[in-house]
Write a protein that binds this ligand. Sequence first.
Ligand SMILES: [Zn+2]
Length: 232
Amino acid sequence: MSLSRIFRDVLNLFYPTSCEACGDELLGNEKWLCVSCWIAMPKTNFHLQSPNPVEQRFVGRIPIQHASSMYYFNKDTRIQEVLHALKYKNKKDIGIELGRRFGHELLDSEWISEIDVILPVPLSKQKLKSRGYNQSECIARGLSEILDIPVDTDAVLRRKNTKSQTSMTIAQRIENVKGAFEVANASSLIGKHILLVDDVLTTGSTLESCAREIVKVPDTKISLLTLAYAIE
Ligand SMILES: [Zn+2]
């Protein structure tokens, strides 16, 4: 291996030069994704419509004020590559940047100013240790930066290390996350409108299970955001 190749590989570790979604080389002013991938990722614009498909997914399950997702999630698409990088390739900064971009979009919604606190869906201690970070917290941090709303990572804990849900039916998923969450600091949530944030919405069983614990705290309201929305 030539010296220049080694130098380039080392540099690439710290300053990635290829797009996380399509693999093309990034231009000087591009970061994480190339401009065409940022443009091509399919936005839902659900935050401008109510009721919207995300809100409808929770009807009859838990009382929520508002809900939205930024992108449609389809298999074999750019958003899948990006979320994979965020979750499994230690690309925390992509999550923060996606959160910022989502934050800018949400400035156009009528309801975002009602939110008091942003709460990323927590990971179990064990999972947090093995991954090193909570990908939903990365998204929450980006949102917080733009919306100027604080993030709370201590009020709710995940006590159960749930199994991977990809091959489960809805009933199995609900059973899997039952009792997974616990409010550890109710006093910090009393009387607040809480924005629960997760990476992908599929059946919604994780968000539902987490929200069920939060609504037991007096005078709380809940809204939900996920970066991506999987069509069932
Ligand atoms: Zn690209």
